[in-house]
Ligand binder design. Structure first.
Ligand code: ARG
Length: 716
């Protein structure tokens, strides 16, 4: 079984050194790709990269809290990841009095480490190729039948692989479902915050510099993973001991040059390199502008309140940062796709495919069908985005939507008391979490703005029946003020924001009270409208798009015998290789491969919310107190550098390794000029932005005074 797949995808290859494109599954690294790595400078054996039986680099790489990458850097389970990956944990550990987010934090001994409630990390235990079993089960099925069957076999395979082991597993389709791999993980839940720089270092440059080079951000944070005394993964306990890892990464403080080999391990979240021209067009014309438009207004309204009050700022910081991050991404992505004419390039590839497919019944109609499914779905695309990013972009309304479970439990006949009890408890908990991280003033404005935008921008035939009739009682529907009055009324009346009314409701829940609640009415009007009239279009589109994607990829593989291919990113462990490398972003402009602490000082704006600096950094800089972290050539601290590696979101926190497998930095961003990278990798402009590990150590040592952390590392 494995062999068939191997011969299909990985063995017949051309022998030329490719560009830096590719997020390779280390587990299936073909000879050819490995040889390319060696040609580019790698000094390690294949076994050192990944081995089933022996300790290898892969044993030091972890999934950090379900969305980022981290790496083990000491024999006592010390973890390095990005500041923006630890952000939520740092913000949660902070208060206005002990503001670790603003001021930074370093534990000087293990007893000072702060348990990061709810956080977890996962180690990859093994990978099984289960393609044959899945193919057998799905034989002849398409659409919903295939999706349903896949869920069933997946559950079966996962169960068989993990029962009684304490492990967990995820079945992942590769090459759009032409291959299926099972990833088995061990999850550790006792994670503690060990160190973080002040936000003015860890997020230096803020959203202005986000997704851009040159970048002067110290985007790192330090955690530790604990295990039970018996050496098992365990919940938090004061008795737990630091994890003894199978492997940890040595750290190089020797530095590097332009052109040096660089390799990145990590968990890239998603790419869609075989997106069709139809998909690209919908993205650039409809999806991204809609998302950007809605995030724009939400950010503005949140910021208005954050500006007024440090407590609100802390409360909204994490949510604001994540909304802002992809607001800029989607904007840049659409711009770059248009600039590169990715649509035109896709069209050309598709014409080539269609020519090849002529007379092959399995493939010749794929693009006609694509055209049809996009035609059917396009009229509702914007509606769905305005729901997710608009109406439910309000934290209150998003929470309110979760009360749907309560309505279902209350309208069931007969009512199941156990179920009702469970739903009540979980909603009460969810409400606490919602209240802890929300701000009513900004939220109310968000409800006003997004209900207005929905009315203004979505085809009236798709508006929820009757809803805007209700709002018109507050005034003219084309007037912003009307929606403000409506939202004010909703916020003052809903029981969801009123502890007394909420407790009374939970003590004796009934469907009439729920259905009459203004916030619930609002959220359920919009979600029911979508669910009953439009969700089926989305489902049909997704199912058919999946089937077509699978067929298309199968065709692409058949059309290019021998071509070495990598599967799209899907949050499984990958490695990518390339070089440290300067570039020309546009005519007459040259971007160096490193930036320095002197450059941080050039950007410094006292009191600015993005470009301020901690006093001790300025002091250490003025004293040239660089210690062993100084770059000899530059006589400065190197803060960040760029490489040609192919990565994407999810890789945040990934180790950047030199040819010997030593840690030289942490990947934390992509560059603006190549923000179309999810769909098309640009071989000239794509860069990965990395914080230099020497800057990380300098901050820990000289600014944080945490020699205890430095002593745990193995410095080369
Ligand atoms: N762009 C980075 C990423 O997606 C996140 C940077 C966070 N910083 C910020 N200013 N939002 O990994």
């Amino acid at each position: 079984m494995k062999k068939r797949i191997l011969s299909l995808f990985f063995v017949l290859v051309f022998s030329f050194a490719r560009a830096d494109e590719g997020m390779w599954l280390v587990y299936l690294l073909g000879e050819q790709v490995y040889n390319d790595m060696v040609k580019r400078g790698l000094k390690l054996s294949k076994e050192q990269l990944y081995s089933i039986n022996k300790v290898s680099i892969k044993d030091a790489i972890i999934i950090f809290n379900g969305g980022c990458t981290g790496e083990i850097v000491s024999p006592e389970g010390l973890i390095f990841t990005n500041h923006h990956c630890g952000y939520d944990a740092i913000a949660s550990a902070s208060s206005v009095e002990h503001n670790y987010l603003r001021d930074g934090f370093y534990a000087k001994s293990k007893t000072e480490e702060i348990p990061a409630k709810g956080m977890f990390v996962q180690f990859l235990v093994r990978i099984d190729d289960v393609t044959a079993q899945v193919d057998e089960a799905l034989k002849g099925l398409t659409g919903m039948e295939s999706a349903t069957k896949l869920r069933a076999v997946s559950a079966e395979i996962v169960k068989k692989a993990t029962d009684g082991t304490g492990y967990e597993a995820r079945l992942v389709p590769m090459f759009k479902g032409n291959q299926h791999l099972l990833f088995v993980y061990e999850r550790f839940r006792d994670i503690r915050l060990v160190g973080a720089p002040a936000e003015s270092v860890g997020k230096f440059g803020g959203d202005t510099d986000n997704w851009e080079w040159p970048r002067h951000t110290g985007d790192f944070s330090v955690f530790r993973v604990y295990m039970s005394k018996e050496g098992k993964a365990a919940e938090y306990s004061a008795d737990n001991v630091p994890l003894k890892p199978k492997y940890f990464l040595p750290v190089s403080i020797k530095g590097f040059n332009d052109g040096d080999y660089a390799m990145i391990y990590g968990y890239p979240g998603s790419t869609n390199r075989y997106e069709t021209s139809f998909g690209v067009k919908l993205k650039t014309n409809v999806e991204n502008p809609a998302i950007v438009n809605l995030r724009d207004i939400r950010l503005k309204l949140m910021f208005e309140e954050m500006r007024k009050d440090p407590a609100v700022r802390l409360r909204l910081a994490s949510n604001y940062a994540s909304v802002a991050n992809y607001w800029k991404f989607f904007d840049g992505e659409a711009k770059q796709l248009l600039k590169f004419d990715t649509y035109g390039q896709k069209k050309k590839e598709e014409e080539k495919f269609n020519t090849w497919a002529k007379g092959k019944p399995e493939y010749e109609n794929i693009f006609k069908q694509y055209e049809k499914i996009y035609q059917d779905w396009a009229p509702y695309t914007k509606h769905r985005i305005y729901l997710n990013e608009g109406i439910f972009g309000s934290p209150l309304i998003a929470f309110s939507a979760s009360l749907g479970a309560m309505e279902r439990a209350l309208t069931k006949k007969p009512i199941n008391a156990d179920e009702l009890q469970k739903v009540s408890e979980s909603l009460d908990k969810a409400r606490k979490t919602f209240l802890e991280s929300s701000n009513h003033a900004s939220d109310q404005k968000i409800v006003a703005a997004t209900s207005h935008y929905f009315h203004r921008d979505i085809d009236p035939s798709q508006h929820p029946t009757g809803f805007y009739g209700i709002v018109s009682a507050y005034g003219d529907l084309n007037d912003e003020a009307t929606y403000k009055k409506y939202a004010a009324d909703l916020f003052s009346k809903t029981m969801l924001l009123d502890d007394t009314k909420w407790s009374a409701f939970l003590a004796k829940p009934d469907s009439t009270t729920l259905q009459k609640d203004m916030a619930y009415q609002y959220s359920s009007t919009f979600s029911k409208n979508y669910a009953t009239k439009y969700a089926s279009y989305a489902t049909n589109f997704t199912l058919q798009n999946n089937d077509l994607g699978k067929a298309y990829l199968k065709g692409v593989i058949a059309m290019n015998p021998g071509k070495v291919m990598y599967p799209d990113a899907n949050f499984t462990m990958r490695t990518s290789f390339g070089n440290v490398k300067s570039y020309h972003p546009r005519d007459a402009v040259f971007y160096d491969y490193v930036c320095t602490l002197s450059g941080v000082m050039e950007k410094y704006k006292p009191g600015d919310y993005e470009f301020d600096l901690p006093a001790n950094l300025i002091e250490a800089y003025n004293k040239k107190d660089f210690g062993q972290y100084k770059d000899a050539k530059l006589n400065d601290i190197v803060v960040a550098f760029i490489t040609t590696n192919d990565i994407t979101g999810g890789n945040s926190g990934s180790p950047v390794l030199n040819a010997k497998g030593e840690l030289i930095g942490l990947a934390f961003d992509g560059n603006y000029e190549a923000l179309s990278h999810k769909i098309a990798f640009d071989k000239d402009l794509n860069r990965t932005i990395c914080v230099d590990v020497r800057y990380v150590l300098w901050c820990i040592d000289k600014l944080g005074g945490a020699k205890n952390i430095i002593q745990e590392l193995t410095l080369k």
